[in-house]
Design a binder for this molecule. Structure first.
Ligand code: OGA
Ligand code: MN
Length: 222
């Protein structure tokens, strides 16, 4: 597995294969989905990392809101997560890959994306994440959301599809969380939902954010 860490981050996301259609789609409909667009190595890497974290008991219940606004809200979401950090090599490789994507998005779409945060997520059976936006209009924190799926052996009826809603409110897409599928969406514009799972479901979810620092507070919690 660790031989893969010698690969260049750009090779892991294979950005050149899909960045142009991705930017066109983000600019027109606000979301993009690619199946088998990236290297299997990246999927294996993050799957191995999740399995290891799970074994170590490092996942914790996800909530909503940050810092003092944090709530568990099990009526809204029931996934278990781990925030990525550079201390572990596989996580650092993923964050490096996301950094190449951040620069590519800025170059083409002039979004001024400043940083990236991401977590691994595990939805046990009977979990879900109700219809939501990843950012609120005007809050200007999360601009582009990314989801990468890590589920190799999906069967019909496993549930946990990602439903995207068009800005008008109608269903725009229903995405099977199959290993190697990548989704990008505009965080303030695309409402989405994870349908109830019948089998365990693993993903990496990440957000490209603007720099929210103010003169007196560097990168305040949002
Ligand atoms: C999220 C989210 C979608 C998914 O974590 O905010 O919407 O398919 N995840 O895992
Ligand atoms: Mn979301």
């Amino acid at each position: 597995m660790d031989i893969s860490l010698t690969e260049r981050p750009a090779d892991l996301l294979l950005i050149d294969n899909w960045i142009d259609p991705a930017c066109d789609a983000l600019a027109s409909v606000g979301w993009f989905c690619a199946r088998d667009a990236l290297s299997e190595v990246l999927v294996d890497l993050m799957r191995a990392e999740l399995d290891e974290l799970l074994e170590e008991g490092r996942l914790h219940r996800a909530g909503i809101g940050r810092e003092f606004d944090f709530q568990l809200a099990s009526d809204v979401r029931r996934d278990w997560i781990f925030w990525l950090a550079r201390a572990r090599p596989r996580q650092a490789a993923f964050l490096d890959a996301a950094e190449t994507l951040r620069r590519a998005l800025n170059r083409r779409l002039f979004l001024g994306l400043f940083e990236f945060e991401a977590h691994l997520a595990l939805y046990p059976p009977c979990a879900f994440y109700r219809r939501h936006f990843d950012s609120f209009v005007g809050a200007a924190n999360r601009v582009v959301s990314l989801v990468l799926y890590l589920n190799r052996d999906r069967s019909p009826g496993d549930g946990g599809e990602l439903v995207l809603y068009a800005p008008g409110g109608g269903e725009a897409a229903r995405i099977e969380p199959q290993a190697g599928t990548l989704v990008l969406m505009l965080s303030e514009e695309i409402e989405h939902e994870v349908l109830v799972t019948r089998a365990e479901r693993a993903s990496v979810a990440g957000w490209f954010r603007l720099n929210a620092s103010r003169a007196d507070v560097v990168d305040p919690p949002r």
